[in-house]
Ligand binder design. Structure first.
Ligand code: 2AL
Length: 223
């Protein structure tokens, strides 16, 4: 089984060719999508069986599902679905306040509006998660505040860059803490092992052949 974790955030990837260094605005998210689709297209040629999109905005997820033959799972969707079976309610702790709107949009989209009790920002930019010596303390405190404010059972970490904080935070605060990268990376092989992938008869069928011009020339479909 060959699973590809597509990291749209070029700072954390050894192999990324195009994309923003971090994703914390709608603009970043839009500009991350061409790089993601390029990776999926390449993965299809290389025989990849399934994909994880490792950014909490789940950028390009629908388009990636159109391109891929196997399952494609975004880390926000995987994390929210996992959290929903671990208790009645969860809180999302994300990076900057400006990313909370997108997290709420996704909670609605995934049918998680009731289970998602709150979306909280720790006010750290994505790249500070790696560089700020106080990052672990700041995110842990934001998780504790979220729990008491929302009365939730579970924390969902709202950024791929928080993955390595997950075990520490869980031990500190005593509730389940879901890292979407782990959740999605384990969901894809489960689906693949069950022989399941995106339905291809309707909305998510392969995109029709089309010539794209200018900057998008490389995305031309259908040969
Ligand atoms: C993210 C993420 O997961 N990766 C990234 O660069 N930005 N999400 C976020 N809420 O800041």
């Amino acid at each position: 089984m060959f699973i590809e974790v597509v990291n749209p955030n070029t700072t954390w990837s050894m192999t990324a060719t195009m994309g923003p260094p971090s994703i914390e605005s709608h603009y970043d998210e839009a500009l991350a999508v061409p790089g993601i689709l390029t990776e999926i297209e390449k993965g299809e040629r290389d025989g990849v069986d399934g994909y994880v999109i490792a950014c909490f905005g789940d950028p390009g997820l629908d388009a990636a599902r159109e391109l891929a033959g196997g399952p494609v799972v975004g880390i926000a969707e995987a994390a929210m679905r996992a959290a929903a079976v671990l208790g009645r309610g969860f809180s999302v702790v994300t990076t900057l306040a400006r990313t909370t709107g997108r997290a709420w949009d996704l909670a609605h989209r995934y049918g998680m509006r009731d289970a998602c009790r709150g979306v909280h920002a720790c006010d750290l930019p994505v790249l500070a998660l790696d560089g700020d010596p106080d990052a672990r303390r700041i995110v842990t405190e934001a998780c504790l505040d979220a729990l008491s404010e929302d009365g939730s059972d579970t924390i969902v970490l709202g950024c791929a860059g928080m993955a390595d904080l997950c075990a520490h935070i869980s031990a500190e605060i005593g509730v389940p803490v879901v890292d979407g990268v782990a959740a999605a990376t384990l969901t894809v092989p489960s689906l693949f092992t069950m022989g399941l992938a995106t339905g291809k008869r309707g909305e998510f069928a392969t995109p029709p052949p089309k010539r794209y011009a200018g900057l998008l020339d490389g995305f031309t479909t259908g040969g």
